[in-house]
Every structure is written in structure tokens, then in C-alpha cells.
Design a protein around this ligand. Structure first.
Ligand code: GAP
Length: 446
């Protein structure tokens, strides 16, 4: 993880939020490559989930009526058990003390479990994870609003709006991507548990009785999405929630877990939320959220199968999965270690880099021409500084699938070399076919 975190900073993927002020815990910024990768993760999810006739898209506001969170159960139930250390005043999640370190600088590296065994901790008490703020100028209880801790509720409260405007019938889904906020007691493992993050959620509304079948369907679909985008299948698995793990709304839940360097961790949850959410919103809002089945003439509240992926957590899993170190031959016949981000071309932030081999004889001008030809079609990077071997390494580290080099032969016969990031093999092609060539090799159609 340390190597990946440092690569992310060096290459402009991820920076600590407010770094020049010492950083803000649990918040991260996406740099030039990170923001492209995040956009690509979102884009692939959006295509997979909404480019079909039974799912509609939505972008609901982050701030919602505070009754939403009473109805959803988050005001009462979205809590973690928290303990304080009387000695060092650090706070811990009571169920995660095993992994935690003591907060006192005087005891650097000491396990918090030891302090607990010595009786330094308070009794556990409930800590609500929602960030609270006020709407308007008056900070009283009537003005309280929350930053949403999940995007799902924006979908439930728009169930009728979307159904009526899109003329959908059951079964159908609503998908949305957006920020979510949780005031986690302890953040950890880079992007894994943060206070501000992004979710990609889809709620699929079905007739009660068909929910288990749809649950199976979405479990399989979502697992395939990760492997289709290049994630190593042996590092993916399902984890079924036991009764003690189920969220307050769920009848059944499976996590898709990825094997991170620090162990298996959830990247997406698939939940059977039954009619819990719509029933609660019907009760709290006084508006009927029933569905009328024209064929059977029945009225009922639909069940919901939810697929809930973390965009930022998935992004981190894609980065971990893509990271590799390997020996590579150098120009003088020796070998050196190269770091490669073997990201799937659909996810890679930059699709091609363009280099003049050396900065003379018009090679720069030719390379700039290639860059201009490619730019309307792909994200491209032009680089003419330093030895070409170093330029290749920089692109390998950033995850760029192809490097295009203009050399002296180019000037004679208008051909260029294209180097493949993974095999390091070079192919010579006509400069006029570069767009078509890259399009085929990048497989951007899938
Ligand atoms: N609507 C259901 C829901 O929010 P969840 O299991 O609490 O379910 C879904 O969260 C996904 O959101 C997780 O699988 C994870 O990818 C992401 N996620 C949750 N909390 C997170 C956090 N503190 N930091 C980063 N990602 C988080």
C-alpha cells in the first residue's frame, strides 16, 4: 500500500486533502490522472447500468429534507459503537480495537487493545455517522439537515417521479452516482474508509416474490462488471452477511470483496432491502408509494434489490490490482525494475503518449502533428524531455497503454512506432492510420 500511495502522489492520481495545511483526515483529492480514472470508472458503471431499457438515471441533491433520514432509519440506527481512552483522549470504534493503535505519542506503536485490557476505555456509546449542518441563517433544530450518508434515499423519494415521467413498469431500476459523507470514527487504508466518498448505486424495484431471483441476477452481473474491467477474478469473492452483520433495512446481503494488501475488503454491497424503504417513506410522508399492477389489478409496495458500489473504493481496488513491479531489459542489455499500472484501456487515464525520439530534424513538429490528430479522439500526453527509456517508464507507471515514437525513419517514410505497455513490443505503422490503429487496439467499443 505504501508504494501505491506514493505512486499515486508522484504521478498525480491522489493527493491528501488540504495537504499544505497538514492534511484533513479521511478526505482525498484526485489529481490530473486520478480525476480521469474516476471519470472512467463512473462512465463504465453508467454505461453498464443505464444503457439498457429497464434502468433510468437520476442525480438527486445531496441535501434532503431531514425527515428522509428519520424515515430511512439513519437518525436512529446509523451509528457505530465508540469508546474513548481516558488516558490519551483518542476515540476508537469499539468493534475495531483489535486493529487500532494507541493514540498517545508517548506510547508510539502500542496496540489500543492493550490500553483497553488495562481498563483505560470508557463504556461503548452510540455515535451517529451522519454529518449535520443547518439550512439557512438560523442554526436551530428546525434547520437541521444532513449530508447524505448514502445516495439511495434520493432514489426512493423520486420513485414516483421517475416512474411516471419515464413510463416504466416493474421490474425497473433507478441509478445514480454521487458523493456520500460519513463521519467515520476511524478512517483507514487510503481511500478504503474515508469521510467523503462517492457511491454508484442502483435500486431495482420488483414485485414481491420475484426479489430472490433478481437478487441472484444482480449479484452475478455486478461481479462480472469488475472482472470485465480487468480485475483478477481470484482476488474477488462474495461474502454473505450473517444475521449480526445485516443492515437495519436488509433481508439478505452479499458483499463483493477484493483482496487488498491489508486483507479482504468490501467494494460493493448487493442488498435485498425488501419494501422497507418505500414503506417507511410512505408512512413518514403520508404519500402512497404503492404500485398498481395493471395485469393482476393488485396494489403493493415494490421490493428493492440494491447494488451499491463505492466509486472511490472501486478505483482503489482497480489501482491495487493494476500495480506490478517487474524486471525489464534496458537499452544497454541490462535489466531494471519497472513499475507498471496495467489498467484496462477503458480505465486508463491517458490512452496514448507521443514522443519525438530526439529533439531535432523536425521530429518534434511531426510528433506534435500526431498529438493533434489524436487529441479529438483520445486523452493524449506529449513528452519530449529526457531519455526515451525514462519517458516510457513514466508512462508505464501512469498506466498509459500505448507510447508512440517519431524517429528518423518517420521523416523518411511517414511511419511511427507504437509500443505496447504490457508486452513492451513495438510495432511500426503508417502515421496516417494511427487513429484507426489505436481505436482497434484500445477496444473502446466494449
Ligand atoms: N446504500 C447502501 C450502502 O450505502 P454500504 O455497504 O454502507 O451500503 C456501499 O456502502 C459501498 O459504499 C461500500 O461497498 C463501499 O464501496 C462504499 N463505502 C461505504 N462507506 C465508505 C467509506 N467510509 N469510504 C469509502 N467508501 C465507502
Amino acid at each position: 500500500m505504501d508504494k501505491l500511495v506514493s505512486l499515486c502522489k508522484r504521478r498525480g492520481y491522489i493527493f491528501q486533502s488540504s495537504e499544505i495545511y497538514g492534511g484533513l483526515n479521511g478526505c482525498w483529492d484526485y489529481g490530473p490522472l486520478g480525476v480521469e480514472l474516476l471519470r472512467n470508472v463512473r462512465e463504465q458503471w453508467w454505461r453498464a447500468m443505464t444503457y439498457r431499457d429497464d434502468i433510468e438515471g437520476l442525480d438527486a441533491a445531496i441535501l434532503m429534507h431531514s425527515r428522509v433520514w428519520e424515515a430511512s432509519g439513519h437518525v436512529d440506527n446509523f451509528t457505530d459503537p465508540m469508546v474513548d481512552c481516558r488516558e490519551c483522549k483518542a476515540r476508537f470504534r469499539a468493534d475495531q480495537i483489535e486493529d487500532a493503535l494507541c493514540g498517545s505519542p508517548a506510547y508510539k506503536g502500542r496496540k489500543a487493545a492493550k490500553c483497553q485490557a488495562e481498563g483505560k476505555f470508557t463504556e461503548a456509546r452510540k455515535f451517529n455517522l451522519m454529518f449535520k449542518t443547518f439550512i439557512g441563517p438560523v442554526e436551530d433544530s428546525g434547520a437541521v439537515v444532513y449530508l447524505r450518508p448514502e445516495t439511495a434515499q434520493g432514489i426512493y423519494v423520486n420513485f414516483l417521479n421517475v416512474m411516471a415521467s419515464s413510463r416504466q413498469k416493474l421490474p425497473f431500476g433507478i441509478a445514480q452516482i454521487g458523493k456520500a459523507f460519513r463521519n467515520e470514527i476511524n478512517t483507514k487504508n487510503f481511500l478504503f474508509r474515508t469521510r467523503e466518498f462517492e457511491q454508484m448505486e442502483m435500486q431495482f424495484f420488483v414485485k414481491p416474490g420475484t426479489d430472490e431471483e433478481w437478487f441472484g441476477y444482480w449479484k452475478a452481473e455486478r461481479m462480472q462488471w469488475f472482472s470485465r474491467l480487468g480485475m483478477e477474478p481470484s482476488r474477488l469473492r462474495f461474502h454473505q452477511h450473517g444475521d449480526d452483520e445485516l443492515a437495519h433495512y436488509a433481508k439478505a446481503a452479499f458483499d463483493i470483496q477484493y483482496e487488498f494488501p491489508f486483507g479482504w475488503g468490501e467494494i460493493e454491497g448487493i442488498h435485498n432491502r425488501t419494501d422497507y424503504d418505500l414503506s417507511r417513506h410512505q408512512e413518514f410522508s403520508g404519500k402512497s408509494l404503492q404500485y398498481f399492477d395493471e395485469q393482476t389489478k393488485e396494489r403493493f409496495i415494490p421490493y428493492v434489490i440494491e447494488t451499491s458500489a463505492g466509486a472511490s473504493r472501486s478505483l482503489m481496488a482497480f489501482l491495487v490490482d493494476a500495480y506490478r513491479e517487474e524486471e525489464a531489459p534496458t537499452a544497454d542489455g541490462k535489466t531494471e525494475m519497472r513499475v507498471v499500472l496495467g489498467l484496462h484501456p477503458l480505465l486508463a487515464p491517458i490512452k496514448a503518449a507521443v514522443f519525438p525520439l530526439v529533439n531535432r530534424d523536425g521530429m518534434q513538429e511531426f510528433a506534435r502533428k500526431i498529438e493533434r490528430t489524436l487529441r479529438p479522439h483520445f486523452t493524449v500526453f506529449y513528452d519530449d524531455s529526457g531519455a526515451v527509456g525514462r519517458r516510457y517508464r513514466r508512462q508505464d507507471e501512469g498506466g498509459t497503454p500505448f507510447c508512440i515514437t517519431v524517429d528518423s525513419e518517420t521523416l523518411q517514410n511517414q511511419t511511427i512506432t507504437v509500443r505496447d505497455r504490457d508486452s513492451m513490443k513495438q510495432e511500426r505503422i503508417g502515421a496516417d492510420s494511427v487513429v484507426r490503429y489505436l481505436r482497434e487496439r484500445l477496444d473502446l467499443s466494449s
